[in-house]
Every structure is written in C-alpha cells, then in structure tokens.
Design a protein around this ligand. Sequence first.
Ligand SMILES: NC(=O)c1ccc[n+]([C@@H]2O[C@H](COP(=O)([O-])OP(=O)(O)OC[C@H]3O[C@@H](n4cnc5c(N)ncnc54)[C@H](OP(=O)(O)O)[C@@H]3O)[C@@H](O)[C@H]2O)c1
Length: 259
Amino acid sequence: MTNSEQLKGKVALVTGASREIGGAIARELAARGASVAVNYHRSAEGAAKVAASIEEAGGRAVAIGGDVTDAAQTAEIVAATERELGPVDILVLNTTGFSNHLRGPFLGMEVDALVDNMAAQARAVLRPVAAVAPGMAERGTGAIVFISDSFARTQLVGTIGHGLTKAPMESAMRHLALELGPRGVRVNTVIPGATRSPNLTVSAKGQHDGKLEPVIQATPLRKIGEPQDVANAVALLAGPETSHVTGAFLPVSGGLLLL
Ligand SMILES: NC(=O)c1ccc[n+]([C@@H]2O[C@H](COP(=O)([O-])OP(=O)(O)OC[C@H]3O[C@@H](n4cnc5c(N)ncnc54)[C@H](OP(=O)(O)O)[C@@H]3O)[C@@H](O)[C@H]2O)c1
C-alpha cells in the first residue's frame, strides 16, 4: 500500500487546521488519501488556503468555520463535515489551548485566567470527541489523535500555563482509550516539543531568535521541530500501520521529552 492509499475513503476532521501545524496535519492526511474538513475559528482565510492547497494537489477538502469550545457550533461543524464529506473516521484535536498572555511564572498570574484557559482547552477537546465518538463507536471504527505539549510532562519556569492546560487532556485520552477501545475506536496522542510556528517567532527558513537557542541545545537532535514532523506522526497514528495501537503517547520533540 502506498502512502497515498493508506487513508483512501476515510474522512478526517482536523480542529484548528487554519495555521501551520493544523494545516500541515490536514495536508498530510489528504496526501494519504483522506477527505479532510479543515476547521478554523477566526482564520477563515488561512483555512481556505489550506483547503485550496489540498484540492490543487488533487485531494478533497472543505474549510468549516466554528468554535469547538461551543456545543452547538461543534455539532454544526460535525454535521457540515458529514454533509460535505461523510461520517468522520479520523478526528484530530489540534486547537491550541493556550492564551499567550498566560506565558510566565505562576506568581503574578491571574488564577481565574489560568483556570478559564484550562476549561477552554477541555471544551475544545471533549466537545468534538463527544460529537464524533458515538458515530465511530456505532460503526465500530475510528481514530482520534490529540495534540498535546511536552510541557504537560516536563517543565521550565514560565510554562505552567501550557502544562496545566494539556496534562488533564492527556489523562482524558487514557480514559477514552480504555472506554472506546472495545468499540473499535483508537485514541492516541502526539506530544510536540518546540515546533516552528508564529508563536515561536521562527521563520520558514529556520532562522530563530536567540531565546530558542537554549531549547535547541537541550534537544538531543539539536533543532526545533517542523509542522510536517507533527503531521507525519499524526498520520501514522491515524492510519492502518498502527491498527493495534491505542492509548499511546508519541513525543515529536527531537528527544527533548524522553518518556
Ligand atoms: N508550536 C509549538 O511549538 C507547539 C509545541 C507543543 C505543542 N503544540 C500544540 O500544537 C497545536 C498547534 O499549535 P500551533 O502553535 O500551530 O497553534 P496556533 O498557531 O496558535 O494555531 C492554533 C489553531 O487552533 C485554532 N483554534 C483556537 N481556538 C479555537 C476554537 N475555539 N475553535 C476552533 N479552532 C480554534 C486556531 O484557529 P483560528 O486561527 O482560525 O482562530 C488555529 O488554527 C496546539 O495544540 C499546541 O498546543 C505546539
């Protein structure tokens, strides 16, 4: 089976697919044959570009707007995906859970803002699962992939916001793997380390500001990741080569996170 046939006939919904990492995931799933719903919240133009690039490459994609922290909008995103493409076989939970103003040490941070952020990420993960998993379970097949963050398991001063936001969702993935496994639904997690994105102020050519140098030096492979590195891992966990894998956590961090 070639790569382009691995996900043939499958429908994938990628939440938060309008920017670098989500866009790369959507494109990779499409390159492997899936029809892809490119969800976005505010970046309609970004999502349209991702969908257009997939179609130009001969794939099938639709951009579908909506806030996945909201129950009614999530139901509409799933309904639109099913209308346009068919029942969802692959759900990728990529939405960032993190507000930039929560970067920094705990002391001085607004507790309510931190807790609100945790709740927003929980909604953005659990609502799409609640909307899609019953259909997967009924059909006896499905793959769910959550995008976590290495700071769910390790720490630097200033990253408590990332950790508190993602770690509870890693627990949710364990519970979901246990509950949904007997119904044929696999639940796995990709854990990126520092990955090129506007949040990291790294250009497409890999130039970076000085602040990343300590991270690069602490990384065994001595570089930050590319969105494509995350996308490759997601496609692997969504596809037939990992059909006996569930409840797994795969770091894509150049060795920065060692489990
Ligand atoms: N970049 C890194 O170094 C890094 C490291 C570890 C983990 N990660 C994880 O990798 C994932 C992608 O990160 P990123 O840096 O690419 O993030 P990003 O550039 O901030 O993109 C986040 C995406 O989430 C979408 N989103 C946010 N809230 C949403 C909502 N309520 N409903 C629907 N979509 C929503 C955004 O959509 P709109 O733009 O359309 O609003 C955007 O497409 C995140 O889960 C992040 O935690 C990233």
